[in-house]
Design a protein around this ligand. Structure first.
Ligand SMILES: *Cc1c(COP(=O)(O)O)cnc(C)c1O
Length: 480
């Protein structure tokens, strides 16, 4: 469709088009994908989620007095989340559209608190290099200065001493992860809590991807460091339900130790001619679908169900960790505390490895080098992974052998040239050469192999990576 149909089409036809558009998509169910999607491995869960989602598709979360069901769903979910994270009955929060929104709100609340309650004009936050990009987005959107601090080169956990040194009178917020996305490790939250207390600062724990799973892993006997509201000094926590609670996308929570901090994320406006707008979150009008689906999934799986899924997940994680430890080709980056694994290689180009895995039907995620973290492969393990783990590991070794036979995606001269580029010198001819190197000069058709793209990005500075990708996205998001 490149224009509005002059007259409406038959549903059967539209339906066929919907199917056709999805033909090239990554298969989101069944365990082929080791990133982006979270599969409980239970068809009944997927079915219930779809049913609940469509049941509450139409009610608008804008007004909790007109659609009280949505408020009830939300308060139920928040109570469950708070109890899961060791919160007492003073803990409050909000249901949000995702981890990014949860993180944005926590930073917004901290910024507003610093400004309004402490009179800090230019608030700052201290974050480890492993903190999620959403914090950088929050810094950019809300005018908070980010002070980024390196992490331990072996454990990839936050370095508390370095974070302490980065504190200034303008610091509004300290950030730790449980767990970090890239390496799947828990930052030293107890130490960070002590630091926050001693300097009278807020501490946000980003539990978007780890906080739901960690309490189950602990119950299964895994050694997991404390990270939740039981830790003195933790003032807010984000936890995604659309990751390891296996709810459909559009489901996360941000929780605050008490109501006073949540007040700083809220927004009310009576200064216009329409309805008085009161928003708990960044969104205003919003479908009740994600909320009702999340409520349904939590009920359907229940504590015993999540424990069962966590057991299978932990088994798969241990199998993979053991295989990597025993491999001559792969090396773990950090020791995973939860269900995310990062490994690198000195013998195989990791970007070729990703392509070879794709040829064998698997999606594994390449992670670019940054600071002291080398280029690596990221695996998101979930409830369905245990069924596929042996085959995946077999193919991983096959892929490694195949990748070894390929020439490096870039030669050293090209790497040097790329490393020397800076955003202010990006001319037309430089741009053309970049795209040709990466095989992206074919319009918006995805290249067969992504290794040249990843290797190119990896050789570029972070500022150049951002610029080149923004330009590329701007190109592929062009209506025609
Ligand atoms: C996924 C993730 C986020 C961002 O969540 P979205 O749901 O993708 O917006 C933030 N922090 C961590 C640690 C994450 O894993």
């Amino acid at each position: 469709m490149n224009q509005m149909p002059a007259s409406g089409r038959a549903w059967e036809e539209v339906y066929q088009d919907l199917l056709r558009y999805g033909a090239d998509d990554l298969e989101a169910r069944g365990g082929d994908a080791w990133a982006y999607v979270y599969d409980s491995g239970r068809v009944d869960v997927d079915r219930a989620a779809r049913e609940a989602y469509t049941m509450y598709l139409d009610p608008n979360g804008l007004d909790p007095t007109v659609f009280p069901s949505l408020r009830w769903f939300e308060n139920d979910i928040l109570a469950v989340a708070a109890a899961h994270l060791g919160g007492d009955d003073r803990v409050v929060g909000s249901f949000t559209s995702g981890g990014t929104e949860s993180v944005l709100l926590a930073v917004l609340a901290a910024r507003n608190q610093a400004r309004r309650d402490r009179g800090v004009e230019h608030p700052e936050m201290v974050l480890p290099t492993t903190a999620h990009a959403a914090f950088h987005k929050a810094a950019a959107l809300f005018g908070v200065k980010k002070v980024v601090v390196g992490v331990d080169p072996v454990t990839f956990r936050a370095d508390v001493d370095r974070m302490a040194e980065a504190i200034t009178p303008n610091t509004a917020l300290l950030v730790g992860s449980a767990v970090s996305y890239a390496h799947g490790v828990i930052d030293p939250i107890e130490e960070l809590g002590r630091l926050a207390r001693s300097r009278d600062l807020l501490l946000h724990v980003d539990g978007c991807i780890g906080a739901f799973t960690l309490p189950y892993f602990r119950r299964l006997g895994a050694q997991t460091a404390p990270f939740d509201f039981n830790v003195d000094g933790v003032t807010s926590i984000s936890m995604d339900l659309h990751k390891y609670a296996y709810c459909p996308k559009g489901a996360s929570v941000v929780l605050y130790r008490d109501e006073s901090l949540r007040r700083r994320q809220m927004f009310a406006c009576a200064e216009w001619t329409g309805y008085t707008m009161v928003n708990m979150t960044l969104q205003s009008s919003k479908s009740g679908g994600p909320l009702a689906a999340a409520w349904a999934v939590l009920n359907l799986i229940g504590d015993d169900g999540y424990l069962d899924i966590a057991r299978r997940t932990l088994d798969a994680v241990r199998t993979i960790v053991e295989a990597i430890d025993q491999s001559d080709d792969f090396r773990l980056l950090g020791r995973p505390d939860s269900s995310l694994i990062a490994f690198t290689s000195e013998t195989v180009d990791v970007f070729h490895l990703v392509d070879e895995m794709k040829i064998r039907g698997w999606y594994v995620q390449p992670q670019l080098s940054f600071d002291n973290s080398p280029a690596n492969v990221h695996l998101t393990v979930s409830g369905v992974s245990d069924r596929r783990v042996d085959r995946m590991l077999f193919d991983l070794n096959q892929s490694a052998q195949a990748a070894k036979r390929l020439p490096p995606p870039l030669d050293p001269d090209q790497r040097d040239w790329l490393a020397g580029l800076s955003p202010d010198r990006l001319t037309e001819s430089v741009r053309d050469r970049l795209y040709a190197l990466a095989g992206l000069d074919q319009g918006d058709a995805a290249p067969e192999r992504f290794a040249p793209v990843s290797a190119m990005l990896d050789a570029l500075s972070p500022a150049m990576r951002e610029l080149v990708l923004e330009e590329y996205f701007s190109m592929i998001y062009t209506p025609r």
